[in-house]
Write a protein that binds this ligand. Sequence first.
Ligand SMILES: CC(C)(COP(=O)(O)OP(=O)(O)OC[C@H]1O[C@@H](n2cnc3c(N)ncnc32)[C@H](O)[C@@H]1OP(=O)(O)O)[C@@H](O)C(=O)NCCC(=O)NCCS
Length: 155
Amino acid sequence: MNTTGKMLRLHSTDPFFEDVVQIDQVDFPRPWSRSDWLSLDLNFHHLLALQGPLGIQGFCLFSILPGDDSAHLLKICLRKELRSTGLAMEFWAEILYYLREQLVQSVYLEVDADNTAAIQFYSKVCFQRLRFIRGYYSDGKDALTMLLTLQVENL
Ligand SMILES: CC(C)(COP(=O)(O)OP(=O)(O)OC[C@H]1O[C@@H](n2cnc3c(N)ncnc32)[C@H](O)[C@@H]1OP(=O)(O)O)[C@@H](O)C(=O)NCCC(=O)NCCS
């Protein structure tokens, strides 16, 4: 579907897994430690990476419990130099295709209330604002929760 990259589902033994951990460290506002990453059960945490000509361009991480038709978007991140290029929209189209294959019907997320670019992006791909939660994060920052219901036209 996209012309720029190929989407891969990664496990921790995959050679690209370390690239994801590194992008998280460098380019994500709330990075996890390597041991946090290694403690994930990637059978029900779905780690999707976008591979381009020069390597991994970005990733997203969902939690989808077996038998559940809702997904929790834990992280989505593009390398800084690839933002505002349209690539995020292409990646999202691939992600939606994947979620449909997993029979997911809704996607939930929390985001820093001051992360304007991410909130703008989520709104553009049809997430609705749910709640503002004051002091949600451990550093006291506020969060916004958002929900996407996957209807036929979103897929
Ligand atoms: C979330 C993310 C993948 C979206 O990718 P992107 O390339 O930035 O997305 P887009 O350019 O398609 O959309 C972002 C929108 O925010 C706008 N924007 C970017 N920075 C902004 C800012 N500082 N203030 C206001 N708007 C901003 C862009 O103009 C764009 O809107 P437009 O399409 O109407 O012009 C990317 O921003 C990212 O990797 N962020 C870091 C990780 C992160 O914070 N993830 C979300 C938390 S899980």
